[in-house]
Design a protein around this ligand. Structure first.
Ligand code: GTP
Ligand code: MG
Length: 206
């Protein structure tokens, strides 16, 4: 898929403030600092579309970007960010989970994982939640450039083994780097396929 245009639309704190759901959307989620905003910028090719930061917890709202005037890309707040109060964290999580469970035009959720860390309960538990609730998702291992090939392979294997204790098969998986742009074409192709599911079910979208 070629990205011809990408435009910031809105930042919402409550589900009733979201843009109308007449277009399909694709969302990105993961622990704070995993590289969600960076991946969005890398995929769209619009450098500063989503705000990135070395300071975890930068993205605190549900941010919609309109791509090619016919689908939304959504940057969600990171989970597992420790530096804010427990109440604030719970509040963000509630907003995000409400969004995921109720947004009928959400065609796929990309769950980003930093392969430099051991499998984290917040990631594996979150994916179980998605599975139980039948939310379509894919895994993305980010920051490929920061690891050797051998360590990356080992780390992903460890993740897979842990997940296969609960899952019959593994989800679709991508490996990305904002530096080398690896994974870009693969993810954009996958997004294109996911968007097609919306056009089949909704005649408004062409
Ligand atoms: P929150 O909005 O705080 O939840 O963070 P985020 O998940 O949006 O992460 P963000 O994209 O802001 O990136 C966090 C830090 O990781 C920044 O310093 C990025 O430059 C860095 N980073 C993200 N992706 C990559 C990557 O692929 N390679 C390298 N080397 N650094 C990356
Ligand atoms: Mg962010």
């Amino acid at each position: 898929m070629i990205i011809r245009s990408a435009r910031y639309i809105s930042s919402s704190i409550t589900p009733d403030r979201l843009p109308s759901s007449h277009l399909p959307e694709i969302a990105f989620i993961g622990r704070s600092n995993v590289g969600k905003s960076s991946l969005i910028n890398m995929l769209t090719g619009f450098g500063k579309l989503a705000k990135t930061s070395g300071d975890p917890g930068k993205t605190r709202t549900i941010n919609h970007f309109l791509i090619n005037d016919n689908w939304y890309l959504v940057d969600l707040p990171g989970y597992g960010y420790a530096k804010v109060s427990a109440m604030q964290r719970q509040e963000w999580m509630k907003i995000t989970l409400d969004y995921i469970l109720s947004r009928e035009n959400l065609m796929c959720l990309f769950v980003l994982i930093d392969p430099r860390h051991k499998p984290q309960k917040s990631d594996t538990g979150f994916m179980e939640f998605l599975g139980i609730n039948r939310i379509p998702f894919a895994r993305v291992f980010t920051k490929e450039d920061k690891m050797s090939r051998t360590n990356l392979k080992r780390s992903i294997e460890e993740y897979n083994n842990q997940m296969l204790e609960k899952w019959e098969e593994l989800p679709v998986t991508f490996i990305t780097s904002k530096i080398t742009k690896s994974g870009r074409t693969e993810i954009l192709d996958f997004i294109k396929e996911s968007l097609n599911n919306f056009s089949k079910s909704d005649s408004v979208w062409k």
